[in-house]
Design a protein around this ligand. Structure first.
Ligand code: FAD
Length: 380
């Protein structure tokens, strides 16, 4: 594995960093406080190729690999976790699902629109009563001639209201049987499909999270992705890639919190000296730097395997698990280093602290990552 980022990766990272500083940073707290989902930012990111990072150029994407993708997500997340989360969900989940499992007509129709930012993508697996137990879903698609009729609710969906196109995994077989779900791609505005309640969240507040409600929503069979019964298996494959992006998001948040705390520790004076002189603070910084570096290596390992077309189930789960827990710990330490100031909205670390927590929950909780890692480890 190459440890030095290529010139291309460095260049892409710099572009994402410049964009985030210029167009995102000035608005971070306003968007956070008012839960504004800034659609126009994603349109601009689309123009830069960052909404179709992994999509081949032949479908209008940037045709880049996972190293560049990780760089983009973490550079954006250093400045704003919410925007990082939305870019990650759009690229990995909705766009990724179509890229892996869409037929040629679906790819030709959706990928150029998603990659350019003309369309914002959503991906619906989770339901009110089935989160970690996603295979037990209740949202049902019933065959009716050449159509399918969908009834049920998906919840916690990133871009559940604003998404122009949503990949939705519905149950098409008997409950608790194998191969009982199927994926569909559904456009916003389809009769019987609407966005529901928007969640009022602890963190990631500028990333829209909402219900998607299906009430006798009739769609043609041409909206089906892949074979009937493949939905859950497809979703698990999509999540392998998605977990790398949540790991990258965690890295960005951890870096942002660490850099802020490092700087502050050199400026803040107590007992007539910078607080970084105190071993209690310096050791915290040492732990933060070490854990971020370890998380980075796990993320790069998963990205490298993914670039080479290898299975990443275990490595993506490890990267997501470790990087997300690291982000939470680093953000917590950063607030501690800022003391009382860290507890206010005048300094950036309270937001890192709130945003980081999502990374241990979304796209499979830390407990679920440990189940995946253990299952893979015990296979041999
Ligand atoms: C901001 C945000 C954005 C999201 N975006 C999307 C999206 O775009 N699309 C989508 O489909 N979903 C999305 N989700 C949903 C997310 O993936 C789920 O919240 C997550 O999978 C956990 O499900 P749950 O919330 O129902 O928790 P539950 O499954 O109810 O878990 C509750 C607790 O029990 C633990 N637990 C559950 N089962 C086990 C077990 N077998 N062993 C040990 N512990 C267990 C969990 O780890 C957790 O600690 C999003 C969530 C959030 C908060």
């Amino acid at each position: 594995m190459e440890f030095q980022p290529s010139e291309l990766t460095q260049h892409i990272a710099q572009s994402a960093r410049d964009f985030a500083r210029q167009y995102i940073r000035p608005h971070v707290m306003e968007w956070d406080e008012s839960q504004i989902f800034p659609v126009e930012v994603f349109k601009e990111l689309g123009k830069m190729g960052m909404m179709g990072v992994l999509v081949p150029e032949s479908y209008g994407g940037a045709g880049l690999g996972y190293f560049e993708y990780v760089a983009i997500i973490s550079e954006i997340a250093k400045v704003c976790g919410s925007i990082g989360l939305s870019v990650a969900a759009h690229n990995s989940l909705c766009t990724g699902h179509i890229l892996y499992f869409g037929n040629e007509r679906q790819k030709q129709h959706y990928l150029p629109k998603l990659a350019s930012g003309e369309f914002i993508g959503a991906w619906g697996l989770t339901e009110p009563n089935t989160g970690s137990d996603a295979g037990n879903m209740k949202c049902v698609a019933q065959r009716d001639g050449n159509d399918w009729v969908i009834n049920g609710t998906k919840c916690w969906i990133t871009h559940g209201i604003t998404g122009d196109a949503a990949v939705v995994i519905c149950r098409t077989g008997e409950p608790r049987t194998r191969d009982n779900s199927t994926a569909f791609i559904i456009d916003r505005g389809t009769p019987g499909f609407r966005g529901g309640k928007k969640e009022n969240k602890l963190g990631m507040r500028a990333s829209e999270t909402a219900e998607m409600i299906f009430d006798n929503c009739r769609i043609p069979d041409s909206c089906r992705m892949g074979e009937v019964g493949e939905g859950f298996k497809q979703a698990m494959k999509v999540l392998d890639g998605g977990r790398i992006s949540i790991a990258a998001l965690s890295l960005g948040i951890a870096h942002g919190a660490y850099e802020a705390a490092l700087q502050y520790s050199k400026e803040r004076q107590q007992f007539d000296q910078p607080i970084s002189n105190f071993q209690g603070i310096a050791f915290k910084l040492a732990d933060m730097a070490t854990e971020i570096a370890a998380a980075e290596l796990l993320v790069m390992q998963a990205a490298d395997l993914k670039n080479r077309g290898k299975s990443v189930t275990k490595e993506a789960a490890m990267a997501k698990y470790y990087a997300s827990e690291t982000a939470v710990k680093v953000a917590n330490d950063a607030v501690q280093i800022f003391g009382g100031y860290g507890y206010t909205k005048d300094f950036p670390v309270e937001k890192y602290y709130r945003d980081a927590k999502l990374c241990t929950i979304g796209e499979g909780t830390s407990e679920i990552q440990k189940i995946v890692i253990a299952r893979e480890a015990l296979k041999g």
